[in-house]
Ligand binder design. Structure first.
Ligand SMILES: NC(=O)c1ccc[n+]([C@@H]2O[C@H](COP(=O)([O-])OP(=O)(O)OC[C@H]3O[C@@H](n4cnc5c(N)ncnc54)[C@H](O)[C@@H]3O)[C@@H](O)[C@H]2O)c1
Ligand SMILES: O=C(O)[C@H](O)COP(=O)(O)O
Length: 630
């Protein structure tokens, strides 16, 4: 470990610490937030181009303004286009997507619409694609991510359910998954109501019978809906819309949803009840929960044993939430009178499926989202999300990355940059060989600790720490996963301080425990590396190194020197850098005791040569120094 008596320690910049230079050109320009935010300040952009979708983006403002020629994305005629010298991103669309969405995609990249691909063909194609857009029919398995060999950056699910995407594999490969959660809600709810009403009145069966030349008025006597109890299982977007419509039909509506707030249901006259109470009191049960390990086959022999005899079931959620063999048994025994199903465990179901063929079952081929309006909406929603993600913006509909509401993000944006830069800086202070196992982040704020959502900050700190020491691709999506794999434990603390409550955060302190430091002065009393930063006028600043107060903006490169506190030091170092035409952008001196030890933090625009760094080290009063890239 460097100590105060050691002669200057020169730490050459590691190539892996340079965020921009270490990236292949096509990748560095993309996914700036998911991939790399470390070089310039950011601003926020909110776009409201589609009424049902508020896309949220953090853009690298400096880059957008200054480097139209170097950035692959520029604004031309109000459309996002790619400069001709850059390779356009390739977007593979593997299932039918609305034309408006395709047009948005074509304005941005090369669009390959290849429907009905086999797994093998998908795996072959994916290696040359930056984004993949699917609906429910494409299985995006681990094999697909493996075959992508790191090229695939975004999977866009043009719809809600993401059970056909291997999220764990996506996360491990650093591939962002976004969905389009809102545009098909009404369509799915309307289809649920259509199935409810047509099942109750045997519309499908009567229609088939008439087309077969029959006139069976007595056979198809139905049941009324008014006054009947409907149990809505899952009170999310679709479930609540179904409930609202069922109330309009004069039904009593109850719901079971372990996570939905009861007051939201009560507000529309719906009572939240337990699973058993819902299924045992309902005349109709409508399913609206996602397919997860917890909901898989939640309707099975045991639950059918508890339902009211003669219950009718509607499923526009996912086939997998029902044990289909158990449902056939319940239909055969008469426990379940009828079922109306839009979704199946296997799609399409086998031709001889007993369930599909059952006389008292009404089926549709997964048509819940299939209205013209919903398909156009979904296509726009997903195209905007995928284009935004490819441009490096934070997606508001990310499924496997921290997702922060717009209003929170606008406040947190500069702290997000600070967080990553503190991580990047701290890890460069660690002496080679000593593995980082534990990091502690302390958020100091005047606000109530519960008011601070730190998921994004934590992910950025993790990315900042991990990226320079990892040879694999690190972004917001896989930072946490990679940290865990490397055995790095990150703990967070919130400290209430007496500061302005206007600011979400007063300062962020980062401590790396049980590591040796290249720069002894960065070690706090307990031997940990400790640095702290604040945001000042929107710019991230380093404000503390070990026990020394400094104040330097965290931009460009940084030289930290510890020297004897005496006159002329700034001039000496400044001269050495000036001789090499290295521009000093800022300088700050912090000391503990006058005329004893001081820390000098020097920001430099250019990377100093090895020679000038050596010369700095030879200045007699300088006891240790380190060169850091941000
Ligand atoms: N058939 C179609 O074409 C179609 C169209 C749209 C949505 N969907 C499906 O409908 C379902 C709901 O979609 P959404 O947009 O309303 O999603 P959502 O996320 O808004 O709502 C799902 C709700 O289910 C609840 N939930 C989770 N686990 C539960 C459990 N064990 N029991 C009861 N509730 C539980 C959640 O708390 C949430 O409120 C999803 O499965 C989606 O894939 C199908
Ligand atoms: O989850 C969804 O959004 C629906 O099931 C729609 O699926 P689809 O895009 O395959 O129609």
């Amino acid at each position: 470990m460097a100590s105060s008596t050691t002669k200057p320690i020169f730490t050459p910049p590691s190539t892996t610490t340079s965020s921009s230079s270490s990236q292949p050109p096509t990748r560095s320009s993309l996914l700036s937030f998911l991939r790399n935010t470390s070089s310039t300040p950011i601003s926020l952009k909110l776009s409201h181009s589609h009424p049902s979708f508020r896309s949220l983006s953090i853009k690298n403002a400096t880059k957008t303004i200054e480097s139209a020629e170097t950035s692959p994305v520029s604004k031309v005629g109000g459309k996002d286009t790619i400069n001709s010298q850059e390779t356009k991103p390739t977007v593979l669309v593997s299932e039918k997507l609305g034309e408006a969405g395709l047009e948005l995609l074509r304005n941005f990249g090369d669009v390959d619409c290849s429907y009905d691909l086999s797994q093998e063909d998908l795996c072959k194609k994916i290696a040359s694609c930056d984004a993949l857009i699917v609906r429910s029919g494409t299985k995006v398995t681990r094999q697909v991510f493996e075959a992508a060999k790191g090229k695939l950056k975004v999977v866009g699910r043009a719809g809600v359910g993401i059970d056909n995407v291997d999220l764990q594999a996506a996360t491990e490969f650093g591939c962002l998954v976004v969905n389009a959660p809102t545009a098909n809600t009404v369509a799915a709810a309307e289809h649920g109501i259509a199935l409810l009403a047509s099942m109750a009145r045997n519309v499908a069966q009567a229609d088939a019978s008439m087309k077969a030349g029959q006139w069976q008025r007595n056979k198809y006597v139905g049941v009324s809906l008014v006054g009947k109890t409907l149990a809505v299982m899952g009170f999310g977007k679709v479930g609540s819309e179904v409930a609202r419509r069922a109330k309009g039909l004069g039904m009593e509506v109850i719901t079971h949803d372990p996570y939905a707030p009861a007051d939201r249901a009560r507000a529309i006259g719906v009572e939240v009840v337990s699973f058993d109470e819902a299924i045992s009191t309902a005349d109709f049960i409508s399913l609206h929960m996602p397919l997860t390990p917890a909901t898989k086959k939640v309707f099975n022999d045991d639950s059918f044993a508890k339902v009211k005899k003669g219950v009718r079931i509607i499923n526009v959620a996912r086939g997998g939430v029902i044990d289909e063999d158990a449902l056939v048994r319940a239909l055969d025994s008469g426990k379940v009178a009828q079922a109306a199903l839009d979704v199946f465990t296997e799609e399409p179901p086998p031709k001889d499926s007993k369930l599909v063929q059952h006389e008292r079952v009404t089926v549709t081929p997964h048509l819940g989202a299939s209205t013209k309006e919903a398909q156009e909406g979904v296509a726009i929603e997903i195209a905007e999300a995928v284009v935004g993600a490819l441009k490096g913006e934070l997606a508001a509909t990310a499924v496997n990355a921290p997702m922060v509401p717009a209003e929170v993000l606008s406040e947190l944006a500069p702290y997000v940059v600070l967080a990553e830069r503190l991580g990047r800086l701290a890890v460069q202070l660690v002496a080679g060989g000593s593995g980082i196992k534990s990091a502690k982040v302390v958020y100091k704020s005047a606000r109530d600790p519960d008011d601070l959502d730190t998921r994004l900050l934590r992910a950025m700190i993790t990315k900042g720490i991990i990226e320079p020491i990892s040879d694999s691709f690190i972004n917001l999506v896989n930072a946490d996963f990679t940290a865990k794999k490397k055995g790095l434990r990150i703990s967070e603390e919130r400290e209430v301080v007496d500061a302005s409550p206007e600011l979400p955060i007063f300062s962020i302190q980062l401590q790396l425990s049980n590591v040796d430091s290249k720069f002894g002065s960065a070690a706090s009393g307990g031997g940990d590396i400790s640095i702290e930063g604040k945001v000042k006028n929107g710019i991230p600043h380093l404000t503390r190194v070990g026990s020394f107060s400094v104040d330097v903006s965290l931009e460009g490169n940084l030289i930290l020197c510890r020297q004897v506190d005496q006159p002329g030091m700034i001039g000496q170092v400044g001269n050495i850098l000036g001789e090499q035409n290295v521009n000093v952008s800022f300088m700050s001196v912090g000391r503990t005791v006058r005329r004893r030890n001081a820390i000098m933090a020097i920001g430099v625009d250019e990377e100093p040569s090895l020679e000038s760094l050596k010369k700095i080290g030879e200045v007699p009063a300088i006891e240790e120094f380190v060169f850091l890239k941000l």
